[in-house]
Ligand binder design. Structure first.
Ligand code: NAD
Ligand code: UDP
Ligand code: UDP
Length: 322
């Protein structure tokens, strides 16, 4: 039996947050799910609404929040480039002002707080693969900057609240993650390719498809997140969580076509500005401090994700846009 804690999950109606809420409830905790529904969906948490230890609160973390909790997982922030570039000022506010509010809350109530940071802090990396010690190569003025610099500043705030106010922090640098409950119109590569393949539309590869990403399945990622939160108190350094198996975007397109049996053709479109050319985590710290490494291979995770989107299409879900 583990001790029952009261846990706040910001961004709890999102892709990763909703699955995290579920896992924490399964472990016997009380979960307060907070979301402004910017990219999150009610459907992701509907099945939890009647649960006696689950509470949902509509709230924007750019505004102060007064609750009593033991732990905070700070996930609130749009994650897909299409979404975070739609209102870039709001994206930076969510990362920066949101982090200040959640850290202020953690400080007041003495809660432990985990930040969902990102591989984007490395920008378009000049070092490959990326260790946590790499400081990154980030444009301050481009279309991705609102997200990258917002997340970098949030990390800075976490370390300053630790030094200045003794807040108990965890910082997780998440690499590309996919799986069931991704928003079908999310604009990210995995959801785009699967939706296109299932609907017989062209698969849109940006650039020549030679750029790489390392894709982590949702369940592996959330396991790493929970382990980091529960790791010993000295585990406050940034930790990469991701799957080190690296693929080109063209390879991903071919896998999706193969696994869906689709007749879709691959088409090539313009590569967006500042699109990182390669990305692969070094996960030695996660292995050492969390005894964590991913278990799900790309094809296995893709098959599960395809089956989720297939079901969604079968139900003729409304074409929800943000
Ligand atoms: P998501 O867009 O599905 O979830 C984000 C959630 O935050 C949504 O439910 C959204 O409505 C909510 N939100 C946004 N702004 C908010 C605000 N101001 N106040 C309250 N709620 C707000 O994205 P996700 O993939 O689940 O990502 C979760 C977290 O993990 C994000 O912080 C993201 O930056 C980080 N991350 C994700 C990935 C990935 O590949 N999925 C990679 C790196 C980092
Ligand atoms: N805050 C909050 N909930 C709390 C405590 C603080 O939302 O329980 C917010 C509050 O808006 C504040 C911010 O967190 O502006 C930072 O708090 P901190 O105590 O660090 O700074 P200060 O209150 O001095 O601005
Ligand atoms: N991408 C693509 N086709 C799409 C969507 C994305 O080729 O329909 C590419 C994108 O240019 C990038 C990679 O896939 O090189 C990953 O994009 P995503 O938006 O999923 O995440 P990122 O890692 O760029 O934040």
């Amino acid at each position: 039996m583990i001790e029952r804690k009261s846990i706040l999950v910001t961004g709890g109606a999102g892709f990763l947050g909703s699955y995290l809420c579920e896992r924490l409830l399964d472990q016997g905790h009380e979960v307060l799910c907070l979301d402004n529904f910017y990219t999150g969906q009610k459907a992701n948490i509907e099945h939890l609404l009647g649960h006696p230890r689950f509470e949902l609160k509509r709230h924007d973390i750019c505004f102060p929040l007064y609750v009593e909790v033991d732990e905070i997982y700070n996930l609130a922030c749009p994650a897909s480039p299409v979404h975070y570039q739609k209102d870039p000022v709001q994206t930076t506010k969510t990362s920066v002002i949101g982090a200040i509010n959640m850290l202020g809350l953690a400080k007041r109530v003495g809660a432990k707080i985990l930040q969902a940071s990102t591989s984007e802090v490395y920008g378009d990396p000049e070092i490959h693969p990326q260790p946590e010690s790499y400081w990154g190569n980030v444009n301050t003025t481009g279309i991705r900057s609102c997200y990258d610099e917002g997340k970098r500043c949030a990390e800075t705030l976490f370390y300053d609240y630790q030094r200045q106010n003794n807040v108990n922090i965890r910082v997780m640098r998440i690499f590309n993650t996919y799986g069931p409950r991704m928003h079908p119109n999310d604009g990210r590569v995995v959801s785009n390719f699967i939706m296109q393949a299932l609907q017989g539309q062209d698969i849109t590869v940006y650039g020549d498809g030679g750029q790489t990403r390392s894709f982590c399945f949702r369940d592996d990622l959330v396991e790493g997140m929970i382990r980091l939160m529960n790791a010993p108190d000295e585990t406050t350094m940034p930790i990469n969580i991701g799957n080190p198996n690296e693929f080109t975007i063209l390879q991903l397109a071919e896998y999706v076509i193969e696994l869906t049996g689709s007749s879709s053709k691959i088409v090539f479109e313009t590569l967006p500005q500042d699109d990182p050319m390669q990305r692969q985590p070094i996960i030695d710290l996660a292995k050492k401090h969390l005894n964590w490494e991913p278990k799900v291979e790309l094809k296995e995770g893709l098959a599960k994700t395809i089956s989720y989107f297939d079901q969604l299409l079968g139900q003729n879900e409304p074409d929800e846009k943000v």
